[in-house]
Design a protein around this ligand. Sequence first.
Ligand code: UT7
Length: 325
Amino acid sequence: MKRYSRITGTGSYVPPRRLSNADLVAELAAKGVETSDEWIVERTGIRARHFVDDGVYSSDLALEACKGALQAAGVEAKDIDLIIVATSTPDMVFPSTACILQNKLGANGGAAFDVQAVCSGFVYALTVADAMIQTGAANKALVVGAEVFSRLLDFSDRTTCVLFGDGAGAVVLEASDTPGILASDLHADGKHVGILCVPGHVSNGHILGDPLLKMDGQAVFKLAVGVLESAARAALAKAGKTEADIDWLIPHQANIRIMQSTAKKLKLPMDKVVVTVDQHGNTSAASIPLALDAAVRAGQVKPGQTLMLEGVGGGFTWGAVLLTL
Ligand code: UT7
């Protein structure tokens, strides 16, 4: 009998420090950086974001998200045999945030590693976990997106610092006789490295280059709109489905205008799109599982429905996962 993988529980966590646009605008004004609630809402749809306090790391946010996902799935941490954390903000250079998380969870012994695909990280991680479950390399996985992007922001650059937030989302993915994950479609084009990057690196005890986020927003925007449509169509074709089969589109939460334009291209009304960018900002690899969990817990997204998850971001990377919940 063919093995499939299926999401059996979701969880998420945002740190308690919430900054509304008004809070952030006031903080930035004190530093001589001019922006406004009107500009942020109109151009991005963002109204608030959460930032960690000092001493809190991606693995801490991931731990809380995983506790929620495990509880929802009715699975104990000791039974997890694979942990994949999608993050661009790991706790340390090495070991992986997944190993640190594994120990905090008390899930020691299974495989654990990080995936680095920036804002597409969660769909990459989910696709890898699905493949490992299908081949029998794993049975019960935690697939996590966790980020502390606030640590990468240049708070003198208004074109980027208003966009991002911190958070984590997780799913339990288990082997199943029925799908589950129906199809995935992943891509990258490394010639666009420079349009969204944190170009610094650690060398001989120093940080070389600039360790703060740089983005050509318009270039990212244009690429994002095209690839989100093509990846969704490719995943649908692989599964023998059409747009009409999608109950919910859960795209990377970067900008409401990108989501609106993707929905329009896929002929989906906005009431089939899960939107949490207003409350979380762009949380990179955490944004899709955060949105998924929020929609599940709100009773919007229900078991048996067909979901299209879509990520896009630095690399340039993009991808889609079509699944039945
Ligand atoms: O997570 C990975 C994926 N990332 C994304 O998907 C981000 C994609 N890009 C975007 O979402 C949008 O391009 C942005 C939200 C980043 C920018 O929106 P835009 O409509 O492309 O604005 P723009 O860059 O064309 O800037 C328009 C104006 C400029 O002023 P001038 O040159 O027209 O006078 C900017 O200086 O808005 C100005 N501006 C701001 N004004 C107030 C840029 N940032 C701000 C700001 N507050 N925070």
